[in-house]
Design a protein around this ligand. Structure first.
Ligand code: SF4
Ligand code: SF4
Length: 257
């Protein structure tokens, strides 16, 4: 497989502080509501789950009183070298000029699921069923987000429609849409997080908080050794969390601190 790294002037990214995340799941609910993800017809059937943002529980596996847990939200990591892109036979997904967001064009997708097999983070989901909305709920859909039919692969797009809205707003106000201020564009999950564990911005812009946080010795990326260069960073002062997040082996020293 040919992997490549496209460099962009703007790189939208997140830093998620795992020492602040309480695992409340507000980000998951915000994502479902914002992106018109229909409630499952049969929630007991886990094969059909559709959770673009999933919160995992990590544990240090120590007995009490040394037991400790952490919660790790996982959106699509918008990899710099995305494994999912080169395997798509119809170019339904691409690493996009608009801030390095990995796009997904539903109308092009033929449902072959090569991208799902290639993604090492399980961030893509196959839509097995047409969306069914309980009566009245269809009135709450986000108008800027299309609903997806069965037979296509879905994933987190960093709420790309909000990016388009922020750019349009900047244009109307006579500002440069390519130089958005921090806070002009925020995905739903970040906006909803009650503990402020999720920080969003341009990783390339030294004036955005994510730029500095991503360079902290406490910051790390999932499975860094795969060289997929995710645009989502995690942050924890707890060494065992950093080790598990990057799948360190027993004999390895921890990166950073
Ligand atoms: S996390 Fe998976 S779906 Fe997202 S860009 Fe990386 S390889 Fe692709
Ligand atoms: S950025 Fe948007 S689409 Fe991605 S996980 Fe967050 S709410 Fe969902």
């Amino acid at each position: 497989m040919v992997l490549y790294l496209k460099e962009f002037k703007i790189k939208w990214g997140m830093v998620i502080d795992l020492d602040r995340c309480t695992g409340c799941g507000a980000c998951m609910v915000a994502c479902q509501a914002e992106n018109n993800i229909a409630p499952p017809v049969d929630a007991s059937n886990k094969r059909y789950s559709m959770t673009w943002l999933l919160v995992y529980q990590l544990s240090n596996k120590q007995p009490y009183p040394n037991h400790d847990v952490a919660y790790m939200p996982r959106p699509c990591l918008q990899c710099g070298k995305p494994n999912c892109v080169p395997v798509c036979p119809v170019i339904a997904t691409d690493k996009n000029q608009e801030g390095g967001i990995v796009s997904q064009v539903n109308a092009r997708c033929i449902g072959c699921r090569y991208c799902m097999a290639a993604c090492p983070y399980h961030a893509r989901y196959f839509n097995w069923q047409d969306p069914v909305w309980p009566e009245g709920m269809e009135k709450t859909l986000t108008p800027d987000v299309s609903t997806r039919p069965r037979g296509v692969v879905e994933k987190c797009l960093f709420c790309h429609h909000r990016y388009m809205y922020a750019r349009d707003k900047a244009r109307i106000e006579g500002r440069d849409p390519n130089a958005l201020n921090e806070g002009d564009y925020i995905p739903a999950c970040v906006e909803m997080c009650p503990t402020g564990a999720m920080v969003f911005g341009d990783l390339q812009n030294p004036e955005h908080k994510v730029h500095k946080l991503s360079k902290s010795p406490y910051a790390f990326r999932l499975l860094e050794r795969l060289n997929t260069k995710p645009q989502v960073y995690y942050y924890s002062k707890r060494e065992w969390v950093r080790k598990q997040g990057d799948n360190y082996l027993e004999h390895e020293t921890v990166g950073g601190v």
